[in-house]
Ligand binder design. Structure first.
Ligand SMILES: *Cc1c(COP(=O)(O)O)cnc(C)c1O
Length: 430
């Protein structure tokens, strides 16, 4: 199985977190997002334990854009991780979930004055500053506050990860951050050090998403630490924190490797310690910002099969009762997924088809060219590894209501987000 929380029971039905997904589909209806709470916690602990073991001071920070709703923040809070937030909406959701914002890191390449004021007023611990204009906005908004605002500066190390273009953010020509190569990183560092309301805690880089080779983090940390050493030599600045961003890869299909996150963190630690010794730097507090690898394999989406269309000599289509409104990732990135017919999990797979949604777009494809046991109307299709960037990217296109999010834990299930109703859809229409 693609992940150890997926199985098949004696009825031949697919199970997730030990529970029969056909029964869950009957109980809660489809489309339905399932989340395995124990897997989320296990993934949090993998990072927490490894970072605690290998660094003097470190914090994993959950990149909450991967899956953002109140129950998620409660779980992250209980597991002792910080959060990375990218909008006032995420900050508000975290606050309402009772999360302290002391270890919140506020990202975004374009924070408005309102965003900056909202975050300062509500005590967001850190700004991850993208550009000089943002520094000036913080300097203005923080006037009168007794404490300085802590910031990390987001720098672009100039690394091309050869992952998909849309998730490759470390290159010099990226819309994110200030480039080291062009001198802009030094410029913004100098500016931050001069400002009265700013406490420069350190530097941040995010090289890309879905990174499988540990090499990328080593190269990222090398460039950042060498830059920090240069800033120490020129301005006497001692780096306190270094954030390496997010992005260990997640296995979506059998052909992808499985990453040993703990072993990778150990390797990064050894590398960082050696390099700091060589450069005469203190080992900084280390931050990582995993999103996908905390929640992706904790998720599964269930759909009910509707129309099956066979076009002789061409192809077959299996239509399901959701689509790009609940999972736009194939439409956006051509992402791969592993699928099952949940009520036929032990039957031979001999029917090849595109699994498509019900939106009015030809590009509304969940996954093309999958081979499954031939389904009939009413069967349940399960799409695995949908915990990240599915619910959080869902839309109401075609006035389709967003599905519920149901959490699974120790044989029990409960709703974390309820299904949108028709009245929810017209709630803001005047
Ligand atoms: C999206 C993002 C992350 C999380 O990336 P994952 O691939 O989900 O782990 C972390 N940091 C920043 C700055 C991001 O933009």
């Amino acid at each position: 199985m693609i992940c150890n929380n997926i199985g098949v029971n004696e009825k031949g039905n697919l199970t997730f977190a030990g529970q029969d997904v056909c029964e869950l589909a009957r109980k809660y209806g489809t489309p339905l997002y399932l989340m395995d709470e124990e897997k989320i916690r296990e993934n949090c602990r993998t990072y927490k334990n490894a970072m605690d073991a290998h660094f003097e001071s470190a914090l994993p920070v959950y990149a909450s854009k991967a899956a953002s709703f109140m129950r998620m923040y409660e779980i992250i809070n209980e597991e002792g991780l910080g959060i990375d937030v990218v909008s006032v909406g995420e900050i508000y959701t975290a606050m309402k979930a009772g999360m302290s914002l002391e270890n919140a890191y506020f990202h975004s390449n374009n924070k408005t004055d309102y965003d900056v004021e909202f975050a300062i007023e509500n005590g967001v611990g850190y700004f991850v500053v993208d550009n000089e204009e943002e520094l000036y906005a913080i300097e203005r908004s923080n006037k009168g506050n007794p404490a300085k605002q802590k910031v990390l500066l987001r720098l672009t190390p100039g690394i091309d990860t050869h992952t998909y273009e849309a998730v490759n953010t470390g290159k010099v020509d990226s819309k994110f951050g200030s480039a080291i190569e062009t001198g802009q990183a030094e410029e913004i560092t100098r500016l931050a050090l001069e400002m009265e309301e700013i406490e420069l805690m350190g530097f941040h880089c995010h090289i890309g998403s879905q990174v499988f080779d540990s090499d990328t983090f080593l190269r990222g940390s090398e460039i950042m630490l060498r830059f920090a050493a240069e800033m120490k030599a020129k301005y006497g600045y001692e780096l306190k924190e270094l954030s390496l961003g997010g992005g260990y890869g997640v296995k979506y299909v059998e052909s992808e490797p499985e990453i040993d996150i703990a072993a990778n963190i150990k390797q990064v630690s050894a590398y960082v310690h050696n390099l700091c010794a060589e450069l005469g730097l203190q080992v900084p507090k280390m931050i990582m910002e995993p999103g996908r690898s905390i929640v992706a394999d904790a998720g599964m989406t269930l759909y009910t099969v509707g129309t099956i269309k066979q076009i002789p000599g061409y192809k077959n289509y299996i239509s399901i009762d959701g689509g790009m409104t609940d999972n736009p990732r194939y439409a956006l990135y051509g992402s791969e997924y592993t699928l099952f017919v949940a009520n036929k999990a032990t039957e031979p797979a001999d029917f090849t088809a595109d699994v498509v949604g019900r939106c009015c777009e030809s590009g509304d494809i969940i996954q093309p060219d999958v081979t499954l046991p031939k389904p009939v109307r009413g069967d349940i299709v399960a799409v695995c590894t949908t915990g990240a960037y599915n619910y959080s990217m869902a839309s109401n296109y075609n006035r389709i209501a967003r599905p519920a999010v149901v959490m699974l834990n120790e044989g029990k299930s409960y709703q974390a987000v309820k299904r949108e109703s028709l009245d929810d859809l017209i709630m803001n229409d005047l």
